[in-house]
Design a protein around this ligand. Structure first.
Ligand code: F6P
Length: 471
């Protein structure tokens, strides 16, 4: 079997609160030969030309240092102040500064040059996320002939939003240098195909433009998932039980509504608090009987828009507390820190409602983890945004438009009043979907498609694959 080389901006560390990407891929690589390659997390005076390899819990991880200036332009700048807001359709929050693109390309070149000496001809290379779109181009310039795949962990933008990104045509050409581009949801493939089929150059910045040729690139849906059975087990572990007991002591008989999200404007946190405020305002019978816990670890806090989201949320939580709190009852708790998976599994299991309402999201693995952690005898209810990729595979959640806080408040009421039979029926359907769309099925189906053995007879290019067909 070919070796698997995973490349991503962040590499796995010993931090228990790693994000979705790290958790999903760690397991995939642990079952194969190969290594992980990415940024070391360190900022140095000079960029490192050679990667330093380290063993992290049995995984071989090659790490590169970046300069402070490159990291600012590549990560905080082009990746997270241009690509992230545009791909999430928040053009109002994008900031465009021309030099960031140079830093973005420079870092991708640095990655390619440092990776090349460690490659063998039949290695399969799997590149992850929007930080590294140009990596295949850079590797091909250096002569790499390997099969190279790309997977996008965030939504693909509509054509209009794509046109708002500087150098969008060059970035799309970069994507055409991959053998396989995997996206989270059918919505994303539709948006990609819309661009590919109706390319109309709209910017002067790339010079004279020719249509990008995607005839050698397969574009397909591979919905990422979690490891639901492992999460189910974790939710009854001693560490999870400890968290459950701690919460029960603090909450008495109150029903818990739980949100767990990075502190990011795409997660719809202010709208969520507003919906909760409406629930309490419209349904006084719930006061003193419910509690909202929002776990929101700070993220990308060097970026102004993230600081502003944090400030807005502080103010809104304070407002709801001021309006409804009593000396012996707090309507909500807002925790700005990360928790490890065992504690989260305990919180998920205890929560009567999992409130997952991003304004736009690639998949959202919190929805998967919440479902997997439920007690089958007394499961909670998932309230899920229509604009998360997860909505395509979880039609049995209570689906809401997160911009419509009245609708979310009403879904919360329904969730809190839902009888056991309906909760169980919905949960069984959700758990079946979480198992079908597990992280193992995701990685296996993606890698089967990318593997050199599948090169021939792939069928039509720009196909939509769906995991339901994976045995
Ligand atoms: O949602 C995209 C994503 O890259 C996740 O895979 C990851 O957990 C998260 O963003 C973390 O972002 P950052 O690396 O900027 O902290």
């Amino acid at each position: 079997m070919s070796r698997l080389i995973i490349v991503s901006n962040r590499t796995p560390g010993r931090d228990p609160a790693a994000g979705g990407l790290a958790v999903a891929l760690r397991k995939t690589l642990a079952e194969r030969e190969g290594f992980w390659f990415g940024w070391s997390g360190k900022l140095t005076e000079k960029p490192s030309a050679d990667a330093v390899f380290e063993d992290i819990d049995g995984l071989s991880v090659g790490k590169l240092d970046l300069t402070k200036e490159d990291h600012r332009g590549y990560y905080a700048g082009f990746s997270n102040s241009i690509l992230w807001p545009s791909f999430h359709l928040r053009l109002d929050l994008a900031t465009i500064e021309a030099p960031w693109y140079e830093a973005y390309r420079r870092v991708n070149t640095q990655f390619a040059k440092a990776l090349l000496p460690h490659l063998q001809p039949d290695d399969v290379i799997w590149v992850h996320d929007y930080h590294l779109i140009p990596l295949a181009t850079e590797l091909r310039h250096l002569g790499a002939r390997n099969r190279i795949g790309f997977y996008l962990h965030i939504p693909f933008p509509t054509t209009d939003a794509l046109y708002a990104i500087p150098h969008h045509n060059e970035l799309m050409r970069d994507l055409s240098r991959y053998n396989l581009v995997g996206l989270q949801a059918q919505r994303d493939v539709a948006a990609f195909n819309d661009f590919a089929d109706h390319q109309s150059p709209s910017s002067l910045s790339d010079g004279p433009l020719e249509a990008v040729d995607f005839s050698q690139t397969e574009i397909a849906v591979f919905p990422i998932g979690s490891d639901p059975d492992a999460f189910a087990k974790l939710s009854t572990s001693p560490a999870a039980n400890k968290m459950i007991k701690r919460m029960q002591r603090a909450m008495d008989d109150q029903r818990l509504i739980l949100g767990v999200d990075r502190l990011d404007y795409s997660k719809g946190l202010p709208q969520r608090v507003e919906a909760y405020e409406k629930l309490l305002a419209n349904n006084p019978q719930f006061r003193r009987l419910v509690h909202l816990l929002q776990v929101a670890p700070p993220s990308r806090d060097s970026i102004k828009e993230y600081q502003e989201t944090s400030d807005t949320l502080d103010a809104m939580c304070g407002h709801v507390m001021g309006r409804f709190a009593e000396p012996d009852w707090a309507p909500l708790t807002y925790v700005k820190r990360a928790y490890g998976q065992p504690s989260l599994a305990g919180l998920y299991r205890l929560a009567r409602v999992g409130l997952v309402t991003p304004l736009r999201d690639g998949m959202n693995l919190v929805a998967h983890e919440y479902v997997a952690s439920q007690n089958p005898a007394d499961p909670g209810v998932l309230v899920l945004s229509r604009f998360a990729g997860a909505a395509e595979i979880f039609p049995d959640a209570l689906l809401v438009n997160p911009f419509d806080t009245d609708e979310t408040a009403e879904a919360l009421r329904l969730a809190l009043e839902m009888g056991l039979d309906e909760r169980q029926e919905r949960w069984h359907a959700l758990m079946d979907a979480a198992r079908l769309y597990s992280v193992d099925n995701w990685a296996n189906s993606y890698l089967a498609r990318l593997s050199p053995d599948t090169q021939q007879g792939n069928g039509p290019l720009r196909d939509v694959l769906y995991l339901a067909s994976v045995g």
